[in-house]
Design a protein around this ligand. Structure first.
Ligand code: GUN
Length: 283
């Protein structure tokens, strides 16, 4: 059996068209959502992500500003910029691209972003609201993955979903969103001793471990839905996910290629969060 290869262009195009139409409806009322992306330093991968975010905003009709700051920017200067953007009415979303240079305390920066402009859903108040089921922004990568499953009409309730990875950006919030959809959720991580035994039970396997091609066919139950949230640069210069695609495609029921699905869907959720923030700010 060969897996159904999930088509990122089709799903992303569909959701972005919906967002674009809502942005146009707001424009008719004289409202334009606005996103600021802040990039500190010259990490090559981050620079690519930031460029993609700005381009995607433009295509959706969302106003965007990118602040590219030198690596030696002080924490005080970054905090001052965020304070200014928190007070800026034309800005609905503030995203500080991570990782930050070592001399800057990431938690301190995230804490300083206005809760109602935290479109990444990284602020402890938004994370807490998510945990207790109160309304909050939805974290972009996990929300995008749920959107993919729903778009394909793949059932989540009652299924065993296994998440490999426990990061604050993907693994932990992913588990929370799956739980909200009534899946039975297991989180595995680098210290899990019987990984294959657990992942082989997964109806839905979500991988966000940050190690190229780590998940092989032996980890996967035949017919499972495999979602790869990893992106790694190989020595050859090529990009690869955390799943060994060529191996796993032979046994999975559904699989996402890398790049092309989870990455663009993450940006799509960022656009949606910015749109929702603008709607709320003007309601
Ligand atoms: N670095 C890697 N992923 C992300 C993300 O989703 N948001 C931000 N701000 N930084 C990141």
């Amino acid at each position: 059996m060969t897996a159904h290869i999930i088509n990122g262009k089709e799903i992303v195009g569909h959701v972005r068209e919906q967002i674009k139409q809502e942005v146009q409806a707001l424009a008719a009322k004289g409202i334009q959502p606005g996103l600021v992306v802040i990039l500190v330093g010259d990490d090559a991968a981050s620079a690519v992500y930031v460029r993609n975010k700005a381009k995607s905003c433009e295509e959706a009709g969302i106003y965007s500003e990118v602040h590219r700051l030198p690596a030696e920017t002080s924490q005080a200067d970054l905090l001052a910029l965020i304070a200014q953007l928190n007070a800026d009415k034309k800005i609905n979303g503030i995203l500080v691209q991570l990782p930050l240079p070592k001399h800057i305390d990431e938690d301190r920066i995230i804490d300083s972003i206005a809760v109602d402009k935290d479109v990444d859903c990284f602020h402890p108040i938004n994370v807490g609201n998510l945990m207790i089921g109160k309304e909050s922004f939805l974290p972009c990568t996990p929300a995008g993955i749920i959107e993919i499953l729903k778009h394909l009409n793949l059932p989540i309730a009652g299924k065993h979903a296994v998440v490999i990875g426990r990061s604050n950006i993907v693994g932990k919030p992913m588990a929370m969103l799956l739980l909200r959809e009534n899946a039975t959720v297991t989180i595995c991580h680098s210290k899990t001793t019987n990984l294959e035994e657990i992942t082989k039970q997964a109806d839905i396997l979500i991988v966000a471990i940050g190690r190229a091609k780590m998940v092989k066919r032996g980890h996967v139950k035949p017919g499972a839905v495999v979602i790869d949230a990893g992106i790694n640069r190989l020595d050859t210069g090529k990009l690869a996910g955390d799943v060994d695609f060529d191996d796993v495609v032979e046994v999975a029921g559904y699989i996402t290629p890398v790049p092309g699905v989870v990455g663009p869907m993450t940006i799509t959720m960022l656009l949606r969060n910015t749109l929702e923030a603008a709607k709320k700010a003007n309601s």
